[in-house]
Design a protein around this ligand. Structure first.
Ligand code: C2E
Ligand code: MG
Ligand code: MG
Length: 737
């Protein structure tokens, strides 16, 4: 074991010695490497292929590789540094660099210090580049563009060609621009640089001028100092030692192998046509797509427009479509006489209710189809709502209207009869004849309004058929609308007054009562008579407002007279529309007399004969209720309407107001008298009272008295008068008796 241990120790010592030796050798070797000086070489990097940056950002190029080879021979480690100065002359003054290159010859530094240069490394050919096929004159007279960084070379050039004018540019692009604009005749640079730069696609129009070539040296420059001298000397030795073949290999390496590297702008230039066409194609695609979208949108809009302009049920125009078509036609045919008609089926609601909606729709479609059969391209038809058809038709006189009557209206009227259902369709039409002015100022709605006014007159007349519009109707309609709108203000401002028309007993001469009749002193239109505003208010559904006001005023007067010890009674008018299921009219009157402390028999309530004929059940019920409360109910205007004698049997009432004007007006007066005498007898026999109104002459009064009717009201006795006059009259008569 001991022997083995000793052997092991010897081996370890041996190894240690070996390792120490190796270490020492390494130290010596290290000392040798440290002794190699590092040479800092300042170079420009924008001169491919002479000096440029490789992919990793290291400095390379013909000049760089040659300098490496030379430095190797001269025993230098070389380190290249990119110069930041604009010119090589300025770089010479920067102490960071030991040497600067390339120089053609020794030139003073920018600060004016003397410099020295090495032996020539390479004879670099300089070439002029010109634009297109331009011919250059003598090189000595040229204006030449050079890069600013070639300032050193420029000085050499100046020495060589004193007549040459040199203009400096910051970049290759700037200099090329100057060449293209004719600012300079040619550009001057190292041929190796040109061989690289002219590969740029955008410089395809530039060409080398081979006849004007000259060579310049490619040397290393240093300051004229001892150190500079030492470096240049060592480098000269290196230059001497580097074989020419090696230098040529370097040149070849960078000119044949290193191809021009395309940057983004080069690709843009290279593929410019492709890009332009591609762009145009893309733009065309965008335009086509946009146009297609637009067309589709227009088509869509057109579809929507058609939906709006067409009536889906009958296929004729809608109101909107009709308006447009009429405008077009009137504009296109300014001299054609036209008429517009507004047509309405009078009993359409009944048809729908009794025969069903589908039957109603069939009728509308049939009407549309029949109308279209007779119409031309220059006519138009539209359905504007429910059963309302509007038609624009070329005017053709009575003959054409008769033909339409036979071809369209008669078949429509007999639509259900022909199907065996036995109902005649009633059509009301209003016709408006267009004036030349309507062709100038085309207002379709206005024309339809006119036709509608005429249609309404037919409808109101309880007949069917057609009527022509007349302008007075229109004016009346406008005035009515104005009156209606003004009612609330009129009530508030007391424009409406209650007048009284006395009722007298012809035998005794006493005033037995009065009828309350309203008068309207309109702030703008002056005095208005009930015949004008009552029907308008009835139609607008506002008559109840007016009547409530009148009844209230009457009750106030009755109260006032009662307080004066004068127990009077007044007849008030009840409009047809005042009586409805919802309105408890009898309750309303009862509340009124309670409010003013009156007796029910002081109020006589006049209901017109027409109201009885229209809604007999409702009127009967209301009449009974009123009478139960103790009010006296009177049938107004008896004899003026379509009174049914059986009504007298069915509806109980207290007094009949015989309208003497209707019975004595038109026709044979003798027959009228006979009718009056029998009515009086009949009414008495039925146990009711009778009063004659509209008595204008003494002969009438005498005749009525003879027949047993002593109560009378009429202009012969008194006209309606304001309340104060009525009070004075009463006082005077009472005083006389
Ligand atoms: P009415 O109820 O038949 O009233 C009688 C109308 O005949 C009154 O017309 C009156 O002035 C008129 N009159 C009376 N005697 C004669 C006469 O001898 N000769 C002629 N030619 N006319 C005579 P007025 O005041 O113009 O009223 C017309 C209609 O208006 C009334 O007819 C009545 O139905 C209605 N009316 C008037 N005031 C009101 C009211 O406050 N409410 C309601 N709902 N209707 C009223
Ligand atoms: Mg009356
Ligand atoms: Mg009357």
């Amino acid at each position: 074991m001991k022997r083995a241990d000793t052997q092991k120790q010897v081996f370890t010592i041996f190894i240690t010695i070996l390792m120490s030796l190796n270490l020492i050798t390494g130290v010596f070797a290290g000392t040798e490497e440290v002794s190699r000086d590092t040479l800092c070489v300042g170079v420009p990097v924008d001169r491919c292929p002479m000096f440029y940056l490789d992919d990793e950002g290291g400095i390379t190029g013909i000049g760089a590789d040659m300098m490496r080879a030379v430095s190797e021979e001269a025993g230098y480690d070389v380190s290249f540094k990119r110069i930041n100065e604009v010119t090589l002359k300025e770089a010479l003054d920067n102490e960071e660099y030991d040497v600067v290159m390339p120089f053609g010859s020794a030139i003073p530094s920018a600060a004016g210090h003397e410099t020295i240069v090495s032996e020539n490394l390479l004879q670099t050919p300089f070439t002029l580049v010109k634009g297109g096929d331009r011919n250059l004159s003598s090189i000595n007279k040229l204006k030449v563009g050079m890069l600013k960084s070639l300032g050193g070379a420029a000085e050499t050039v100046k020495q060589l060609f004193p007549g040459m004018e040199i203009v400096f540019y910051n970049s290759m692009d700037d200099s090329v621009k100057a060449l293209r604009t004719g600012e300079v005749d040619a550009l001057l640079n190292n041929s190796y640089v040109w061989s690289y730069v002219l590969q740029k696609p955008a410089y395809g129009d530039l060409s080398v001028q081979p006849s004007n070539m000259f060579s310049m040296d490619f040397r290393v420059g240093a300051m004229d100092t001892p150190k500079g001298h030492e470096i240049i000397d060592r480098l000269n030795a290196g230059i001497e030692a580097v074989p020419d073949t090696h230098l040529q290999a370097i040149v070849l390496d960078h000119t044949s192998r290193k191809l021009y590297k395309y940057d983004f702008s080069d690709y843009l230039y290279q593929y410019r046509w492709f890009l332009i066409f591609g762009g145009m194609l893309f733009a065309a695609l965008i335009i086509i797509t946009t146009m297609r979208v637009r067309v589709m949108r227009l088509e869509q809009e057109e579809k929507v427009r058609q939906l709006i302009d067409k009536d889906p049920l009958t296929g004729v125009l809608s109101l909107n479509g009709f308006r447009k078509r009429v405008e077009e036609l009137l504009r296109d045919h300014p001299d054609v006489p036209y008429l517009i008609s507004y047509n309405n089926i009078k009993n359409f609601k009944y048809i729908n209710d009794s025969l069903g909606m589908a039957a109603g729709d069939d009728l509308l479609r049939f009407w549309a189809q029949k109308s279209m059969e007779v119409m031309t391209e220059e006519d138009a038809i539209g359905r504007i709502e429910g059963d309302h058809f509007v038609v624009l038709r070329k005017a053709g006189g009575d003959e054409k209207m008769l033909r339409d009557e036979i071809d369209v209206f008669e078949p429509v009227r007999n639509f259900f009869i022909d199907k065996g259902k036995g109902n005649k369709v009633q059509i009301c039409s209003g016709v408006y004849v267009l004036t030349p002015r309507d062709h100038q100022i085309i207002d379709v709605d206005h024309m339809l309004d006119f036709a509608r006014v005429a249609e309404k007159r037919v409808r109101d007349s309880k007949k069917d058929g057609y009527e022509f519009y007349n302008p007075e109707q229109w004016e009346r309609g406008k005035r009515s609308a104005h009156i209606i709108g003004h009612l609330p203000v009129a009530i508030k401002d007391e424009e409406i007054q209650v007048w009284y028309q006395p009722q007298v007993n012809y035998e005794t001469g006493k005033i037995t009562g009065a009828e309350a009749l309203c008068r309207w002193n309109h702030s703008k239109l002056g005095w208005l008579r009930p015949v004008e505003f009552i029907p308008a208010l009835e139609e607008a559904g506002l008559i109840y407002d007016l009547d409530c006001y009148v009844w209230e005023r009457v009750c106030q007067d009755l109260r006032k007279w009662k307080d004066q010890g004068k127990y009077r009674s007044v007849s008030v008018n009840l409009a047809r529309c005042d009586i409805s299921e919802e309105r408890n009219i009898s309750g309303h009157f009862y509340d009124l007399i309670k409010k003013y402390g009156l007796e029910p028999d002081q109020l006589h309530i006049e209901i017109t004969e027409n109201a009885y004929t229209e809604e007999p059940e409702l009127i009967k019920k209301t009449t009974e209720e009123l009478r139960e409360f103790g009010f006296r109910v009177e049938m107004d205007d008896f004899g003026s309407g379509y009174s049914s004698l059986s009504m007298l049997k069915e509806i109980p009432m207290d007094r009949i107001k015989l309208d003497f004007r209707f019975l004595t007006g038109a026709g044979d007066p003798e027959k009228g008298r006979i009718i009056v005498s029998y009515i009086i007898k009949m009414v008495h026999s039925l146990g009711m009272d009778i009063i004659a109104e509209g008595v204008e002459k003494i002969s009438q009064a005498d005749y009525l008295k003879e027949q047993g009717c002593t109560e009378m009201q009429g202009y012969y006795f008194h006209k309606p008068m304001p309340v104060s006059e009525f009070e004075e009259l009463n006082d005077r008569i009472e005083a006389e008796q």
